[in-house]
Design a protein around this ligand. Sequence first.
Ligand SMILES: [Zn+2]
Length: 241
Amino acid sequence: MPSEQVERSAEKGAGSDGADAPSEQAASVYRQCASCGAPIEVRPTLAHSNGPGALWSDGYRETRDAAEPTLLGRCRVCGAIGCLLDLVEMESAPELALKGDYTFVPLTLSDYASLLESVEDIAEQFHPYLRIKYWQLSNHRRRGTDGAEPLTDVERANMVDLLGILGDEEPHRLVKAEIHRQLEQFEQAESLLTESAAPELASMTERLRRLLAERNAGIVQLFTGAPGDEIPEFVRRTEST
Ligand SMILES: [Zn+2]
């Protein structure tokens, strides 16, 4: 699981389409729901992934385009939770699929919470991923605020668990530093940022370091996505897992 840090989640589900010029529009791929056999549409992201978007300090990527695929989601027809990687690809786009929206429904905070409590395969296989998603989704109510919202016990426990799961290699180390920062463990966070970062991660590291110097434990946008403040190329590249 190399890139949970920057894994995106589609907050808005599939939205309206048709506004863009279809210059290089790649075709959707269809997979099949393991429970009911309905098609699951996987829309191409490359055409949009360089578009504007903000990157938050917890790695949450906010895009203005709807319908970013998520690794785990719900079938729109039967509601079963599945993992894109496990679903069989359909040979051709089913006609049915062309008529409606068959993209995965993004999981909610409570979905992630119940998956984390379950003992099923998904919980086992995607443990760090689920915890990262839970962390990012529970941070949503703090985004754009002054960060006065305290962490709940459950959120705190999830973050502490994450610290135990993540390794010391980058970019996990940056994620751990960010968790320590949010937990107001500023020295521990700083100690994780002192080693020389990979050049591609230098600008992220630098911005995290600045927040630590201010003793700021809030969720902030590291990159706003505005011209001149775009998300670094490296981060965009690692998003596609
Ligand atoms: Zn289904």
